[in-house]
Design a protein around this ligand. Sequence first.
Ligand code: AMP
Length: 176
Amino acid sequence: MSDDRLDAIRDVIRDVPDFPKPGIMFKDITPLLADPRAFNLCLDLMAERYDAVPFDAIVGIESRGFIFGAALASRMRKAFVPARKPGKLPAQTYQVEYELEYGTDAVEMHKDAITQGERALIVDDLIATGGTAWATGELIRRLGGEVIGAAFVVELSFLKGRERLAPMDTFSLVDY
Ligand code: AMP
């Protein structure tokens, strides 16, 4: 993968210190979305990575995973399925909880969002501890689907999310 393309992506990810709380360095991808070349580079690189892999659906995690996931699904002609925060999806859902540093959070998917044997790719903007993507993988499996991997624009490797997801295949474009 050429470094020029990754540099062009890295250049438009903005660091916002102390958001949403003190001590957190928020990786803001809105400048990347506003840069058509960088946004398309992300989609190009993800599409290249999964081009030869047979799969059926992209599961995008609320909310920034919807942006990358839906665009990639459209480009790759795959189904798009949202994984959402609790209480947002209107029909019958399954829920999986995951541990945060303090307390728990959860993600939900519609019970009929994935059919038995369907192969799904998880997409989000960023992997930190990996808890959100792990819970999404559990949901997909509960629905009878198979997870072929998880793809992110940004990886905060010092938080070891990749280890939390193992043996799931994890792919990211830029890491910090
Ligand atoms: P985690 O479950 O710890 O891997 O957290 C991943 C989710 O939280 C993703 O949906 C990210 O968008 C969001 N997130 C966590 N940490 C950050 C950060 N430093 N900057 C931007 N988004 C973050």
